[in-house]
Ligand binder design. Structure first.
Ligand SMILES: NC(=O)c1ccc[n+]([C@@H]2O[C@H](COP(=O)([O-])OP(=O)(O)OC[C@H]3O[C@@H](n4cnc5c(N)ncnc54)[C@H](O)[C@@H]3O)[C@@H](O)[C@H]2O)c1
Ligand SMILES: [Zn+2]
Length: 359
C-alpha cells in the first residue's frame, strides 16, 4: 500500500497525518499504535455512513473495538449548536470514560462539527479526523480549528482543538461529486501559490492525471498540500498572523460567496478570488503577468472559473469590509509576489480593487 506521513509538530499536541489509498482499512492498527482500544464513537452523515461508515465499523469490530455510529443530516446548515446539542445527548448515553475518542468521518462540515463536540464535551475528549473530501484532506482536518455556525455568524463559535491523529484515505475521493473535487482543487492551488512553487509545477504538469484521480499523482498532491498547511499551523497555531496566508483568494472569495447568497460555491469563489488577488498584485507591479497567466491556466484546467461573474463591485467591497480580515478599517489582502511566495498587506486601494472587480 502507498502511504505517506506528516508530523504536525506542536509540542504535547503533536500528531500525525497519514495519507494514502487504503488508510481507512488500517484505522484499527493506527488507533492501537497511539494507545486506543475498546470503545470508539464515529460521527458522520448518512451519505458517508452508507459509503464508508458501516464498512469501517465492521472492520473495527473485527479488531475488537466497540463502535457506536452517530449520524447528523448532511449539510452546512447542520453545523449548528442545535445539532451539537443533540450529539451531547446521544454521547451521554454512550460515554463511560473520557478517554473514548470521537472519530470525525466526513467532509469539512463533519470535521468542524464533530471536532467542536469533541473539544467541548466533558471539557474535551480525544478527536480523530477522518476527512473524506479533498478540501478536508488538504485543509480543514489539519490545524485544529473546530467550529459551528450561529445564525449569521459563520464559524464564529469554536475552539482551537488539535486532533490526536488524521487519517486521510485518498481512495474515498472516487465517490465525490466532481464539483466537490474541484472545490478541493482550489485549496490545493492556493497552497501551492502561497508556499510551494514545485507543487504548483507538479499540478501544472500532471493536471489530467490529478483530475482523473491517478493514485500516485493524487497522493503526492494531497501530501504536499497537507504538509504546507501543517508547516503554517506549526508556526502560528492560534492564528496570530502568518496563518492569514492560507486566506489567499479568500478575501474576494468570501465576498463573492456572500453577495451571490452562496449561489457560487466555495472553491469557485476562491478560484475567482485568487485571480482577483493575482490581478491586483500585477497592477501593483509586484506580480509578473506571466505568472498570473500560469495561475489562471491551472485554475481553468482544474475545472474552476477564472472570470469574476457580473456582480456589483460596490457590494463586493462592502462584503469585504464586513469580513473578519479587517484591521483598523482597511481590508487585508494576501497578494502574490511570485508563484510560491505571498505577502499580507492592508495597503491596497479600494479603487484598485473596484477596478479589478469590474466596476
Ligand atoms: N476547520 C478548518 O480549518 C476549515 C477550513 C476550511 C473549511 N472548513 C469548513 O469545511 C466545510 C466544507 O467542507 P467540505 O467542502 O468538505 O464540504 P462537506 O463536508 O459539506 O462535504 C461536501 C459533500 O460531500 C459529501 N461527501 C463527503 N465525503 C464524500 C465521499 N467520500 N464521497 C461522496 N460524497 C462525500 C458530503 O456528504 C457533502 O454532501 C465548511 O463548513 C467550512 O467552513 C473548515
Ligand atoms: Zn477555503
Amino acid at each position: 500500500m502507498w502511504m505517506k506521513d506528516i508530523k504536525v509538530d506542536l509540542a504535547d499536541r503533536s500528531y500525525r497525518v497519514i495519507i494514502g489509498a487504503g488508510v481507512l482499512k488500517e484505522t484499527g492498527t493506527s488507533l492501537k499504535e497511539i494507545g486506543f482500544g475498546g470503545r470508539l464513537v464515529v460521527i458522520t452523515n448518512p451519505v458517508v455512513r452508507e459509503l464508508y461508515g458501516d464498512g469501517l465499523k465492521k472492520s473495527l469490530v473485527a479488531e475488537g473495538f466497540e463502535v457506536d455510529i452517530l449520524t447528523v443530516p448532511d449539510g452546512e446548515e447542520y453545523k449548528s449548536l442545535d445539532v451539537a446539542g443533540g450529539l451531547y445527548n446521544e454521547l451521554t448515553a454512550i460515554y463511560t470514560e473520557r478517554a473514548t475518542p470521537i472519530l470525525a468521518l466526513g467532509g469539512g462540515v463533519i470535521g468542524d462539527l464533530a471536532g467542536f463536540v469533541a473539544a467541548t464535551y466533558l471539557r474535551g475528549v480525544p478527536l480523530i479526523q477522518m476527512p473524506t473530501t479533498l478540501l478536508a484532506q488538504v485543509d480543514s482536518s489539519i490545524g485544529g480549528k473546530v467550529a459551528v455556525n450561529h445564525g449569521q455568524l459563520k464559524n464564529k463559535i469554536g475552539a482551537f482543538y488539535q486532533p490526536w491523529l488524521v487519517l486521510s484515505d485518498t481512495s474515498v475521493l472516487k465517490t465525490l461529486p466532481p464539483s466537490e473535487f474541484a472545490n478541493g482543487m482550489a485549496e490545493v492551488i492556493k497552497s501551492a501559490v502561497i508556499r510551494d512553487k514545485e507543487l504548483f509545477a507538479f499540478v501544472e504538469a500532471n493536471i489530467d492525471k490529478i483530475m482523473a484521480q491517478d493514485e500516485a499523482a493524487l497522493e503526492e498532491v494531497i501530501f504536499r498540500s497537507a504538509a504546507i498547511k501543517a508547516r503554517v499551523v506549526e508556526q502560528d497555531e492560534i492564528d496570530l498572523g502568518l496563518r492569514n496566508i492560507l486566506n489567499f483568494g479568500h478575501t474576494v472569495g468570501h465576498a463573492i460567496e456572500t453577495v451571490s447568497d452562496f449561489g457560487v460555491g466555495h472553491g469557485q469563489a476562491v478560484a475567482m478570488g485568487m485571480v482577483a488577488a493575482g490581478e491586483i498584485a500585477r497592477r501593483k507591479g509586484v506580480f509578473e503577468e506571466e505568472e498570473l497567466l500560469r495561475l489562471k491556466g491551472v485554475i481553468k484546467a482544474a475545472g474552476l472559473p477564472v472570470e469574476i461573474p457580473e456582480m456589483d463591485a460596490r457590494k463586493l467591497i462592502e462584503a469585504m469590509q464586513h469580513d473578519k480580515k479587517i484591521i483598523g478599517g482597511r481590508v487585508r489582502f494576501v497578494l502574490s509576489r511570485a508563484i510560491g511566495d505571498v505577502f499580507i498587506t492592508d495597503e491596497v486601494d479600494l479603487s484598485l480593487v473596484k477596478e479589478v472587480l469590474g466596476g
